[in-house]
Write a protein that binds this ligand. Structure first.
Ligand SMILES: O=C(O)CCC(=O)C(=O)O
Length: 274
């Protein structure tokens, strides 16, 4: 029997985290909780009205993601998303994994409908620029997520790598411009996640996803990013979006460079409009 201690982890899981740089927590959220998340964002998509600064529709694009772009920082405009970002169950695991308190700095929601592009392999701290340690992600599966519908892939052991200068990603398969090749000996693991499972990984871990190749399966996810409380710097973009787990706004110094996680190709590039 697996026992979970007050750390939020089962025996041995912390050692695996330190070896691989990622951890999957199965069933952290109940089906009803995840259904509520899905329904809230489905209602947003059904309304079909852009939210300036958070969700920019391009309904005339041939590319599906013109109608279903990712939602950036929904916790700024949606109290339920803020509650999810600051969920104590996430805090307990994050604190154990990182060995100190963490501070929230980003939420995102990906719809990833059938046929949608993925996000080429990359390292999150290339964008977040958290210093002196690194950031950590909590990637919450809203639908089943597996290789065919563009589920996330992670390269074990890459958490000890420096953050690499990326190459140019293929705009026909990736929403983001940056690509970091999985290094030799760190082949990607194609994860299979159920709704309510949460994948945790640090800012150096090389990870990404393929396009959704199914005809009828969405692959929605709610993605959260955090920094260790001891971090002194983070990219300027994140400064207005940061909270501690008591719900207080917090600040850090602005690091040089960085920006939203994944510099998006224009939708026009993906659907052939240049
Ligand atoms: O969900 C995906 O397909 C990619 C998300 C991702 O790589 C990220 O948030 O850094």
């Amino acid at each position: 029997m697996t026992t979970t201690s007050t750390t939020g982890l089962a025996p041995g899981e912390l050692a695996t985290w330190h070896r691989d740089g990622f951890h999957v927590e199965r069933g952290l959220f109940a089906a009803g909780e995840i259904d509520a998340v899905r329904e809230r964002f489905d209602a947003l998509a059904a309304r079909g009205e852009s939210i300036p600064g958070h969700w920019t529709l391009d309904p005339d694009a041939d590319d599906l993601l013109g109608r279903y772009p990712r939602v950036m920082q929904p916790h700024d405009v949606d109290p339920a998303s803020l509650s999810l970002l600051l969920e104590p169950r996430l805090q307990r695991i994050l604190t154990t994994l990182m060995g100190e308190d963490v501070v929230a700095c980003q939420s995102m929601y990906y719809f990833k409908p059938p046929g949608a592009r993925g996000q080429a392999f990359h390292q999150d701290n290339y964008y977040l620029r958290v210093e002196p340690l690194t950031c950590v992600a909590a990637w919450i599966a809203v639908d089943r997520s597996h290789p065919d519908n563009g589920g996330l892939q992670v390269c074990p052991g890459t958490h000890t790598m420096a953050v690499d200068c990326p190459e140019e990603a293929d705009p026909t398969t990736s929403i983001a411009r940056e690509y970091v090749a999985p290094p030799p000996g760190h082949d990607p693991v194609k994860l299979e996640l159920e709704p309510g499972d949460v994948l945790f990984f640090t800012g150096s871990v090389v990870h990404g996803s393929n396009p959704n190749l199914t005809d009828d399966e969405w692959r929605r996810s709610f993605i959260c990013h955090y920094l260790p409380a001891s971090a002194t710097h983070i990219a300027q973009y994140y400064l207005p979006h940061m909270y501690d787990f008591a719900g207080n706004r917090v600040a850090r110094e602005a690091a040089v460079g960085g920006g939203p996680c994944g510099t998006e190709h224009d939708v026009a590039m993906a659907d052939g409009r240049h």
